[in-house]
Design a protein around this ligand. Sequence first.
Ligand code: PEP
Ligand code: MG
Length: 906
Amino acid sequence: MNVSLLVPFAHGERGMTDLLGGKGANLAEMTRLGLPVPPGFTLTTEACRRYLKDGHRPPGLDDQVRKALTDLERSTGRAFGEGDRPLLVSVRSGAKFSMPGMMETVLDVGLTDALVERMVLRQDPRFVWDCYRRLVEMYGRTVLGVPSTSIDAVRAGVLAEQGVSATAELDVAGLRSLVAAHRRALVATTGLDLPQDPWEQLTSSIDAVFSSWNSIRAQVYRRHEGISGDLGTAVTVMQMVYGNSGPHSGSGVCFSRNPATGDPEPYGDYLPEAQGEDVVSGSQATLSLAHMAGREPGAHHELLSHISTLEKHYRDLCDVEFTVQDGTLYVLQTRVGKRSPAAAFVIAADMAEEGLVSEDEALVRVGGRQLELLLHDTFEVPGGARPLMTGLPASPGAGVGSIVFDPHTAVARRAAGDDVVLVRTETSAEDLDGILASVAVVTARGGLASHAAVVARGFGRTCVTGVAGLVVDELAGQAVTAAGDVLRTGDVVSVDGTTGTVYAGSLAVRPGPVAGGLMTVEDASDPEGPGNGADQRVLAAVRRILQHADQRATVKVRTNAETADEAAAARAAGATGIGLCRTEHMLLGSRRALVENVILGIGAQDALARMEQLAVQEFTGLLRVMDGLPVVVRLLDPPLHEFLPDPEGLAVAVALLEGAGKPVSDVLRTRLDATRRWRESNPMLGLRGVRLLTVHPELVDVHVRALVTAAHQLDAAGGNPRPEIMVPLVSDVAELVSARSRIVEVAVATVLALGSDLPTPPVGVMIELPRAALCADDLATVAEFFSFGTNDLTQTTWGMSRDDAETGFLSTYLSDGILPKDPFTTLDPRGVGELIRIAVERGRRTRPDLELGACGEQAGDPDSIAFFVDCGLDYVSCSPPRVPVARLEVGRAAVLAEGTSLSDTR
Ligand code: PEP
Ligand code: MG
């Protein structure tokens, strides 16, 4: 098939973005709509692809360009390269997906020395020389490849010579000198001058724009945005109109609504006596649309009418670039406008309200990533803010406080009313109180699924982990960053958990517009939300869209929670139960010693009794908050290296005592011996989950008895508790059979002892190991439900430690583009996802009504949720702050999967 190489604006339309790029397709559409678009044509992406493949313009293209130019001459009444009002053209890139600033543009193409001499006889010489100056600068940069910095330096030299500060102040003689200086510099650096043949200017500009598709910055941008490198760019060639041609001329950009706030009024900038690049470069102060109305009332009126036409036509926020030439308006570009996260929600909800889009369309036009940004505080980062270090953005938010290096100090300083930031090499189970007392946590080690990250996310604490090069000396109370900054106790820092950057000093916090406000979902009509009026509008928009998401969702959202407070926050945010209660998280902080004593066999009976007592208390809180909803309690899965003391530390203590001639207690010796015995080289692959429960079955008893007891008490008090029990890190059905029989035995005994009418809780299994996924048919013979623990499943499928990978080689893989995404953040559909699909299929083959959930960190990741929905899971379970994000994404996924008549949803 012969694919077109060139399409005049009048022959295209908006659906042709593959061939014409976004810019070309929209210019064609506006031409069809009768908007005042200067005439022109588009060289297609096919022409670009062939140019890039063969190294020259495809045969026949030049003839088509000549023919299109002739048509342009006819329709404009001007000649290319001839006359005192010659036809000049702009040559611009325009790919299918917007790549702002990544590729090239050349304006005023076709102007030569000879034409300048003729034009000045009929037109304002300042205007003519200004056009020539622009051509020389852009041609030099784009076609001849002179760095912008060199061009800027030449310009600055001439401005200084002429005693002015901007080109707008140069007179004709000054502009002539500037053109001459640029051309001398071009010849000196490249050996080439601006060609004096207009055709050569045009074709070399086209070649340069085609080639800019493969510039380094364009390639980097594409990789970041996931845009294919095979697409190529289109090139639009358009008659020049001149915003710089006199006092009633100018250029501007205009949005159909405010892109920052979503306000329904058009918003724009106008710069008199300027061309478009002057507006977007930000080098000169622009006027508002209201001021433009005062200067150019006719053009302003027309502009508003066109932007409204475009918005109705595209049924979305549109922006236009426009030029006013001697009072006449021209529209040079339109596209669906970029917008802030807040504006995205407000505009989508308003357009649904206005009937411009359906509720489904409004829903798919926003995303969980945008919602995340609205849920958390951010910083106002002034120009002078000094980044101290950067790590992984483990838990979003903005925390300002003074540094402490140990959890005890954190608690004490918090009690004294200080805001503190806990800085640690890594966190362990013991640090919980310190984490809770801090506004933010920073760790040198640890990935996104590490202990610090998971705990901080659960409690909504700002957290940055894995700060490369950070050396923390907890004992000395200081840390040194990779850049050599020394941080001491009490130094104030600002921690940005959304970007992973830590700044020196105290930055102003900008509250997330819907932070907190979504904790009252039932009361959607409540006008008294938090924040100012603008924030309330955003909140109302988010609520409206979330309500629709809930209506469309096919998958429920539960939460991962261990405290009644977390559970209450999650339920208010719309969680429909607890999908994962990590019982070991109930034993953090000072309670950690209970786990240690049981495992090391020191005072184990007392420890077990205390553990059970605490568990009854905590489970009661969870079941009460989640009354009527399922609460999945996972039996103990403590990574031993986080829960047992460091044998080296104990050995030092013993040595110090011995050295000082003091007695060493039997308990200390026993602890040292036992800790050495239990020490593992690969603790994440060691005595965890069901393995620990098999070795220490008394740990099963404690939590089963506690859960059944808590449920019985609530039931007796008229509640509706729905407990479930889940067994972690199973790889073979025999492990599950053994664990389950113990669970059932204890549950039945407890029910009988209590005289309870309640059934014993259903028993399910976590699928966190590849073997468990592959043997899902066996597991389903015993398990009543599955929950995919994608943190461990990712770790074990990839063979990458969830604690270390991101601070080591994985960061290189990501920065080099070897892996496009971190699999611990966004589910890897090819490998881990395949195992999940296998497990779903095999599990349901055995037990068709098997309930399926996912509870690893990816289950709350906006980019992964559609995958879980597509697998047919019943629920995803995530930390409380992510519940609204997950609700939005499960609704979107359902709508997108239906693939109904959603029109353009870019
Ligand atoms: C998991 O592995 O995905 C999981 C939820 O369990 P944890 O993170 O506690 O190991
Ligand atoms: Mg796990």
